[in-house]
Design a protein around this ligand. Structure first.
Ligand code: KG4
Ligand code: ZN
Length: 357
C-alpha cells in the first residue's frame, strides 16, 4: 500500500490561529488526524471587533504551539509531513503574514513543498471533509467578510453568480448583535436570542429582493434594526427583533438561492445539481433548515459542512492543500500575502454607491 499524503494546514487570516493534519483513507476520502483552533475572542471582546495589531501579536505568540499540538495530536512525526499549506489570503495582512511565513519557513527547513491557499477556497471545499462531493456544485459562501453564490467548476475554477453589494451576512449578524448589546462575535448569540422571540413582530426591509438577480444586500437591514432598537423596552423586545431579523435573512436567502439555482442549472446543463452552504453563518440552524427545505422542493442535493467546520479552521486549508498536492500545484516561497483574493478573478467589483444591478 502506498503512503497516504500527510498535509499540514495552517490558518491565521483573521482571529483564529489554527493548524491541522489531513490525510486520506484507503478509499481515497480525506480524514482529519488533528484539528486545533485557538480563538482570540477574549482578546477582541472589549473592542467589539477584531483589532488587527492585537490579532497579529496573538498569532505570533501561539502559532508554534498550535502547530506543535496539531502534529502531536495526529501522532505523526514532523518528518512524515508531505506538504505544508498556509492561508495566503484574503484577510488581514498582518495576520496572514504570520501563518504564511511560518508555513514557508517550516517547508524550507523540512525540504517539503509549500502550498499557498485561498481562505475562501478552504470554505468552498470544507464539506469534502465529511461528504463525497463532486464538481461542479453551487456554493453559497456566507462568512464574516464574504457573501457569494459561486458555481464551483473544479479546483481553482470558480464562476461567481452573485455577491453582496454592501455588508457580508456575518457582518450583518455581528452589527445587529452589537446594536442589541451582545458581545462580539454576536452571530451565534443572535441565533440564541431569535429562538426565544416572535419572528413576526417587526417588519424589516429586504434590499434588492425583487431585482439584481442573485446579488445580495444587507446594509439596509442593519439601519432598520438600529432605528427599531431605540424603542426596545425589555429583553423580550430584543428577542423579537433578533427573531424578526433572522426570519428576514431566511426569506432573502430563500429567494436569492432559488434564483442562483436557475442560473446554476443554465450553466451546468444536465449535470447533477448539488448545493453547498459554507462559512461561519452556515452554522445557523434556521438558515440550514430553510435551505434544506428549498433543496427538497427544487431537487438539489444539499451538502453542508459539519457545524464545527463552518467557522474558520485549518482542516479546510489542509483539504485544499491535499487536492493541490495530488495535482502537484505547489507555490513558490515568495508567494505574497493577499488582502484581496477573489475566487473568480473575472467577476466585476460590485460594492459601494452607484452599483448598477
Ligand atoms: O467563516 P467565519 O468563521 O470567518 C470569516 O471568514 O469571516 O465566519 C464568521 C462569521 C461571524 O460574522 C459570525 O458572527 C458568523 O460567522 N456566525 C454566525 C453563526 N455562527 C457564526 N452567524 C449566524 N448564526 C450563527 N450560528
Ligand atoms: Zn472564513
Amino acid at each position: 500500500m502506498s503512503k497516504k499524503p500527510l498535509i499540514l494546514g495552517i490558518e491565521s487570516s483573521c482571529d483564529e490561529t489554527a493548524a491541522s493534519i489531513i490525510s486520506e483513507n484507503d478509499q481515497g476520502n480525506p480524514i482529519i488526524l488533528s484539528n486545533i483552533v485557538s480563538s482570540q475572542v477574549d482578546v477582541h471582546k472589549e473592542f467589539g471587533g477584531v483589532v488587527p495589531e492585537l490579532a497579529a501579536r496573538s498569532h505570533i505568540e501561539k502559532i508554534d504551539l498550535i502547530v506543535q499540538k496539531a502534529i502531536n495530536d495526529s501522532k505523526i512525526n514532523i518528518e512524515e509531513i508531505d506538504a505544508i499549506a498556509s492561508t495566503a489570503g484574503p484577510g488581514l495582512i498582518v495576520c496572514l503574514s504570520v501563518g504564511l511565513s511560518f508555513g514557508k519557513s517550516l517547508a524550507l527547513s523540512l525540504k517539503k513543498p509549500f502550498i499557498a491557499v485561498n481562505h475562501l477556497e478552504g470554505h468552498a471545499l470544507s464539506p469534502k471533509l465529511n461528504s463525497k462531493l463532486d464538481y461542479p456544485y453551487l456554493l453559497l459562501l456566507i462568512s464574516g467578510g464574504h457573501s457569494q453564490f459561486l458555481s464551483v467548476q473544479g479546483l481553482g475554477k470558480y464562476k461567481r453568480l452573485g455577491t453582496t453589494i454592501d455588508d457580508a451576512l456575518g457582518e450583518a449578524f455581528d452589527k445587529t448583535a452589537k446594536i442589541l448589546g451582545v458581545e462580539f462575535p454576536g452571530g451565534p448569540k443572535i441565533e440564541i436570542f431569535a429562538a426565544k422571540g416572535n419572528p413576526d413582530r417587526y417588519e424589516l426591509p429586504k434590499p434588492i429582493f425583487n431585482k439584481g438577480g442573485c446579488n445580495l444586500s444587507f446594509a439596509g437591514l442593519k439601519t432598520a434594526v438600529l432605528k427599531i432598537s431605540k424603542n426596545l423596552k425589555n429583553n423580550q423586545d430584543k428577542y423579537d427583533l433578533a427573531a424578526s431579523f433572522q426570519k428576514t435573512i431566511e426569506e432573502i436567502l430563500q429567494k436569492k438561492t432559488k434564483i442562483a439555482f436557475q442560473e446554476f442549472r443554465k450553466l451546468n446543463n444536465n449535470k447533477k445539481n448539488i448545493f453547498v452552504v459554507a462559512g461561519g453563518v452556515a452554522a445557523n440552524k434556521k438558515i440550514r433548515e430553510t435551505l434544506l427545505n428549498l433543496c427538497n422542493e427544487e431537487s438539489f442535493i444539499p451538502i453542508f459542512p459539519e457545524k464545527e467546520l463552518c467557522g474558520d479552521n485549518a482542516a479546510m486549508i489542509g483539504m485544499v492543500g491535499l487536492e493541490k498536492f495530488k495535482v502537484n500545484q505547489f507555490s513558490k516561497l515568495d508567494h505574497p500575502a493577499l488582502p484581496r483574493w477573489p475566487l473568480d478573478k473575472n467577476a466585476i467589483f460590485l460594492k459601494g454607491a452607484g452599483v448598477k444591478l
